[in-house]
Design a binder for this molecule. Sequence first.
Ligand code: PLP
Length: 348
Amino acid sequence: PFFKEYLIDTHTEFKPLKAKLNANENPYGPSPMAVQAMTDAVGGANRYAWRELFQLMDKIATFEGVEAKNIIMGPGSSDLLEKAAMVYFQNGGNVVSADPAYMSLIKVAEACGATWKPVPLKEDWSHDLDAMEKAIDAETKLVYICNPNNPTGTITDSKKLLDFCSRVSDKVTVFVDEAYLWYLDDGAKQSMVKLVAQGKDIIVARTFSKIHGMAGIRVGYGVAPEATLDKIQNITRGGMGISYPSVHAAIAAMDDEEFIASSRVNNAKARTFVCDNLKAMGIDYVPSHTSFVIFPIALEGKEFLSKMAAQEVGVRAFNFMGKNWCRVSMGTMPEMQLFIDALQKVIV
Ligand code: PLP
């Protein structure tokens, strides 16, 4: 594996950030309807939220075109990524994914004793589905696909991915992480969720943390056939980690279509602004379909992060494909201006 992340501690070593663009958070959230529902619900929080959680699961099932028994809830999709890894890799095995990929599931798999089989993304930044299929062997317990991918922000053709998932899931469970799919104009069309209704052994993970702007409220879910979910839920309980107010917030957020649409539009505006500025600076950014953009940097990762943090701007830095990269999340327009100003000072 050649994928590496550079990390610095922006919480204690630097002044508070003026532009926190390091965690792909939605700067506009939570939706006003979610805030209201959550506020109204706080007084009822002496109770567990099972009843309301089942209401939320019904609502999600209708939205996804499946049944409530096909839904697993978690406090953020991280919980589902980690639980799936713990259950699937309790006896070792290997996980096949792209490189670079979002590492949450893979890190837990490795901690359980599994091996990571990374398959480099193709030149066009899509998943190398042929190579991934070839990498599957008798020890492979799970294939992990993040589409759109993090940290690259790039997508894999949904038709090709559908064929891949459909075929490969006859051999091994495929976990598709669609955290950023809703930033696409036709997210629903590109989702792999339709394979669940066909009974394919596939888990699709989604989150309220991104386009719904609820990263700190902690609600996510997975969609999968009942037999696949049983494997996880026989050992761990999905919804137990979600708070009573959070469940209410999620129910309301699903109805706030105006907020979701405006998040998508505002995100695209910020992305165009950033990409235009990077281009003017002669920086060859990677075209993004998400709420973040990556571009190559000449500086060593930690040095770059520290210099940006000194300008009160938080971003992320990685090394892969033989280069260092900055990943910047889309914030408000004033935050993106701060980012460009800081970048101009740091990379001169
Ligand atoms: N999946 C991807 C690809 C992500 O980028 C993230 C967060 O950044 C997550 C999952 C987890 O988010 P959450 O636990 O907030 O749902």
